[in-house]
Design a protein. Structure first.
Length: 205
């Protein structure tokens, strides 16, 4: 599990010192307004402990990264890949494929700066090129317009027949076969992903 950087962000594995921020984002009503009911402090602490432990496992289950604003050297969010079986409908495949679910949460102070696009594009590039993932799935609440906008800008595919008609949630996906770096670079404001610096830092044990 590695750290990697973009022009403005350091995206590194979750560490013990991130616990206060992690628990804040999952207990704060404003941050959770389009995700679900805020967690209690006890449940947020337990969720953090599980995320930290999962990062140290050899088997890929869930990998969680902290998103750090390099300018202020401060954590502003988290994002994750989950290999766990999705309970929602996904695009079928005739062959076995390596697929994950992507998730991201960013503090409200990061809004309006294209940082969500930068963070999501970066972890996608890492997933496709370094982890050999075949498909990245995105699930979201239909009332979460910001997420839908970000996915549309990056190029995720929406298929009406894959949506659960009785559900309040939406689904989009992005396949490795779709991946072209020039598409993603359009959403990094100052430099291309070719200028990333991959830091070979193992997840803390």
């Amino acid at each position: 599990m590695h750290s990697f950087t973009t022009e403005r962000l350091l995206i590194r594995p979750l560490i013990a010192e991130d616990k206060a921020f992690y628990c804040y984002q999952y207990t704060d009503k404003k941050m959770m307004r389009v995700v679900g009911e805020p967690l209690t402090q006890a449940k947020a602490h337990a969720a953090f402990d599980r995320a930290l432990a999962a990062n140290s496992l050899e088997k890929n289950t869930v990998r969680t990264w902290a998103i750090v604003d390099k300018k202020i050297d401060e954590i502003i969010g988290t994002q994750a890949f989950s290999w766990l079986a999705a309970t929602q409908t996904t695009k079928p495949s005739s062959l076995p494929i390596e697929q994950v679910e992507i998730g991201i949460m960013l503090a409200t102070k990061a809004n309006g700066k294209l940082l969500p696009e930068e963070a999501v594009s970066a972890i996608m590039e890492y997933g496709f090129k370094q982890l050999n993932i075949d498909r990245i799935n995105a699930f979201y609440a239909n009332k979460n317009r910001a997420t839908q906008r970000i996915l549309r800008k990056i190029g995720y595919v929406f298929e009406a027949n894959l949506q659960e008609t009785t559900s309040e949630n939406g689904y989009q996906y992005f396949d490795q076969s779709q991946w072209q770096a020039k598409v993603i670079r359009n959403y990094l404001p100052h430099q291309s992903l070719k200028k990333w610096s991959l830091l070979l830092i193992k997840s803390p044990q």
